[in-house]
Design a protein around this ligand. Structure first.
Ligand code: TYD
Length: 400
């Protein structure tokens, strides 16, 4: 049974940046989050239709953050060291940051956003500009045979019908193959109070406990997990067909025990979380208003999906945040979804006039602190809501 525990209000499509003067007919939906007591899965009460989010105007580039480029280089190396290098399929290949580490001769990419699928085609990879559904899987298996490795990062959690997605993985995977995927960790979100992990694209926030239950239904089993620090703390999950050749290590049972001990299977954990989220909203608004009333200029650093979630939930607009700086050219010159804060380049906006910068991209704090040492040296300060609302100068910041 699924029970609603959190209401993040009316939200727009988190990556649908708007052209000034063309903001009419913006799409909004009610972002309500629920807990399923059967599988312990946390997901939206009502899913947003994927083509509204993943289309030819999609703007999130994985390679826009050096941390993610390094992460995918390292992940590729781990996979090559740990498993036989055969054929590989990536579900949700974005701008090719991961797949470029593998030979185009043995790799296939799936990417429903055509503007991104074009990038991997130009890099020489067989790319299907489609959603991960049964028709596609049938077609791919017919053409390429089953895959030794299927990899997916920050994509499985985007798929509303996750049970069908895992069935399709079973179908496309070789009998001795490995399915490796990583997504933000539910436990990390609960611990950091990072409710901004929840937005339209993140239809689910996975615990290993919920994944085990869902994967088993598809005749798949987790044999190992690793924790990675990216995206505010993620789980990388190693999966095979049930009874497959890879030995199980302790990591899975240890993590599930840790999750259960920390309440991931209890509704009360989530109602408590919802109370902390409400408190975070009140405190963030108070802090921003105090700083603004003191005559300071506040901007936001990184026009992220997470900041769309925070700004719309807390109703923070251009009255508090002058503008957002972001390195992605496709976001610059636009207005942020829902609350319409202007987005400009860091070159244009991250200058000596900035007193405070809200960390929309708090998950890259280490990278940002290094890059912005001059800002900090001249007395500039960051504001974050993770793990609690506060002003910080980088040193006591949340981990990436
Ligand atoms: P990310 O947390 O990956 O976004 P999301 O919440 O959408 O998953 O942040 C990536 C965005 O942050 C991207 O638009 C680029 C921007 N960014 C900067 O503007 N400057 C930086 O130094 C970094 C690391 C990211």
């Amino acid at each position: 049974m699924k029970t609603k525990f959190l209401d993040l209000g009316k939200q727009p499509i988190a990556n649908a940046f708007l052209t000034p003067g063309k903001c009419e007919d913006e799409f909004f939906y009610d972002l309500e989050v629920g807990f399923d007591s059967d599988t312990c899965l946390v997901s939206h009460m009502n899913f947003v239709d994927p083509p509204l989010m993943f289309n030819d105007e999609y703007v999130y580039h994985t390679s826009s953050s050096q941390t993610m480029v390094d992460h995918f280089d390292m992940t590729s190396q781990i996979i090559k060291n740990r498993f036989r290098e055969g054929s590989i399929l990536e579900i949700g290949s974005n701008d090719g940051t991961f797949i470029r580490n593998f030979s185009p001769a043995t790799s296939v990419a799936i990417e429903p956003c055509k503007n991104f699928a074009k990038i991997t085609v130009e890099m020489g990879y067989a790319t299907y500009p489609r959603f991960w559904d049964y028709d596609l899987v049938k077609e791919i298996v017919g053409r390429h045979e089953r895959f030794d490795i299927i990899y997916s990062a920050n994509c499985m959690c985007h798929i509303p019908n996750i049970e069908e997605a895992f069935n399709n993985v079973y179908y496309a995977l070789a009998d001795d193959g490995v399915f490796i995927f990583e997504d933000p960790s539910l436990l990390e979100m609960l611990e950091r109070n990072s409710y901004d992990q929840i937005y339209d694209e993140h239809a689910h926030v996975f615990s290993v406990t919920s994944l085990r239950s869902l994967l088993n239904k598809a005749n798949l089993e987790i044999f190992s997990i690793e924790k990675t620090p990216v995206h505010g703390g993620s789980n990388r999950v190693y999966v095979q067909k049930s009874g497959g050749p890879h030995p199980h290590d302790d990591s899975v049972e240890l993590e599930i025990k840790h999750e259960v001990d920390n309440g991931v299977c209890k509704l009360k954990t989530y109602t408590d979380f919802a109370s902390r989220v409400e408190k975070s909203k009140t405190q963030l608004l108070e802090l921003l208003r105090d700083i603004k009333d003191g005559g300071n200029k506040i901007i936001s650093y990184g026009a992220t999906s997470k900041s769309t979630s925070v700004f719309n939930y807390c109703e923070i607009g251009p009255d508090l945040i002058d503008y957002i700086t972001d390195t992605t050219p496709d976001k610059q010159g636009k207005l942020s979804p829902g609350v319409h804060i202007p987005v400009i380049s860091p070159e244009e906006g991250f200058d000596d006039s900035v007193d405070y910068a809200f960390l929309g991209a708090w998950n890259y704090l280490e990278e940002i602190t290094k890059k912005e040492s001059k800002f900090l040296r001249r007395g500039g300060q960051f504001i974050t809501h993770v793990p609690e609302v506060r002003v910080c100068r980088g040193e006591t910041a949340p981990t990436t």
